[in-house]
Design a protein around this ligand. Structure first.
Ligand SMILES: *[C@@H]1O[C@H](CO)[C@@H](O)[C@H](O)[C@H]1NC(C)=O
Ligand SMILES: *[C@@H]1O[C@H](CO)[C@@H](O)[C@H](O)[C@H]1NC(C)=O
Ligand SMILES: *[C@@H]1O[C@H](CO)[C@@H](O)[C@H](O)[C@H]1NC(C)=O
Ligand SMILES: *[C@@H]1O[C@H](CO)[C@@H](O)[C@H](O)[C@H]1NC(C)=O
Ligand SMILES: *[C@@H]1O[C@H](CO)[C@@H](O)[C@H](O)[C@H]1NC(C)=O
Length: 350
């Protein structure tokens, strides 16, 4: 019973050793500025490899300018009323911040620098009803203020926060790492994914996420963006399986690494990290010994279709990398391989 449970759980990702952390940065920037910011954090603009990269991206939060600003030493609404402590989220605004914004579901203000470009909310009244309009364009506070005036509105004032339309979900674009370098589409991290070509509902040559659909936008437009990190490393050395096992441990002296184990659903991601390999096949930590398959890191093997009794010389598992780039979904497979073959390898950071 216990074994059965374990196998079941493995299929749902609980035995996964691959970590893909992604986060949505709410500050709006141009594509290049977003790339620079992600890199300054040791990450990259997101490479979309599978549909789940998009499905799991939590993109509801946003910030939008409102008519709240620091005048001299005093925070005031643009109609001249003084703001009070209750108008701000705890510990906000930070020192030197001089303009106020509302945040998704916050129901209070947070501070930011006036020159930062943000979405914004204008307000006008119609028949005594408050009408709030969200603008999905990123402007500095001053430009947003002027825009509202020019359209016969005000930058929205929430001196009574019960008027704040706090649960409004707005559909806004978020940069991913996809860009066109003049010749072809590439991902910011230099890694390989054709997802934009075959992913459902994506138009060929698109560049970003909006309601989880990708569209082309001018790189100088200003939007929030998605950064990500992962823990898989391709080692371009030709080694036997045993050598590969040891090599992963010395990839970096400051972190522990092991040969990679994967689940069926992770083959596509592993493939995208192996595309630059010098060999067609890449070592994974899969080994047949004593009548069973096991992963060198001790994980339970949940890959379907492994033979229960392989030919004795084919006792190790390698990823057969699919480098086709013709617009169809890559079909990487695990191939039983002679353990003494010399191949590149995939390691992961623990
Ligand atoms: C704030 O607005 C709500 C609803 O519009 C109203 O019921 C309430 O009395 C107002 N509070 C103040 C302090 O004006
Ligand atoms: C997403 O929004 C775009 C533009 O508003 C629209 O054309 C597209 O059909 C939407 N996609 C989905 C899946 O809702
Ligand atoms: C992108 O926007 C910039 C600045 O607004 C503009 O100069 C440039 O021509 C635009 N590029 C395209 C391809 O539309
Ligand atoms: C590994 O083998 C491949 C293919 O045989 C070769 O192209 C590559 O140069 C080799 N790499 C090293 C580091 O020797
Ligand atoms: C792409 O190549 C693969 C394998 O070479 C082939 O099976 C598939 O039909 C091709 N797809 C297209 C759209 O040409």
């Amino acid at each position: 019973m216990k074994l059965f449970l374990l196998l079941l759980l493995c299929g749902t990702g609980l035995c996964s050793v691959i970590r893909r952390d992604k986060w949505h940065v709410y500050d709006s920037r141009t594509w290049l500025e977003g790339q620079a910011y992600c890199r300054s954090q040791g990450s990259e603009l997101l490479t979309v490899v599978t549909q789940s990269d998009i499905d799991n991206a939590y993109m509801d939060p946003y910030y939008a300018w409102i008519g709240l600003r620091l005048y001299g030493k005093e925070w005031k609404w643009t109609d001249g009323k003084k703001a009070n402590n209750g108008d701000f989220v705890d510990d906000e605004p930070d020192a030197n911040e001089d303009c106020g914004q509302a945040g998704y579901n916050l129901n209070k203000a947070v501070g930011d620098f006036c020159e930062q470009r943000n979405f914004f909310i204008c307000h006008h009244e119609e028949d005594n009803y408050h009408i709030y309009n969200f603008y999905i364009e990123s402007k500095s506070w001053d430009d947003a203020f002027r825009f509202c005036l020019d359209t016969s509105q005000d930058l929205a004032i929430f001196d009574n926060w019960s008027n704040y339309p706090k649960d409004v979900k707005i559909d806004f674009p978020v940069w991913t790492g996809l860009y066109h370098d003049g010749e072809s589409w590439k991902w910011s991290d230099g890694e390989y994914s054709d997802f934009w070509k075959w992913g459902p509902g994506f138009e060929s040559g698109s560049e970003m996420l909006l309601n989880k659909t990708m569209f082309v936008h001018n790189c100088s437009e200003v939007f929030p963006y998605l950064c990500y990190t992962h823990n898989v490393i391709l080692v371009k050395e030709n080694m036997t399986w045993e050598e590969a096992l040891e090599e992963c441990k010395v990839v970096s002296s400051s972190h522990s690494h092991q040969l990679l184990s994967v689940e069926q659903s992770e083959l596509l991601f592993a493939n995208s990290k192996a595309i630059d390999a010098q060999t067609n096949k890449i070592w994974l930590g899969l080994r047949f010994l004593g009548g069973t398959w096991f992963w060198s890191n001790g994980q339970t093997v949940s890959l379907p279709g492994l033979p229960s009794c392989p030919k004795s010389i084919l006792g190790c598992g390698a990823l057969l990398v699919d480098k086709t780039s013709n617009g169809s979904m890559p079909q990487p497979t695990v191939e039983l391989t002679d353990c003494s073959e010399r191949l590149n390898l995939l390691c992961y950071k623990l």
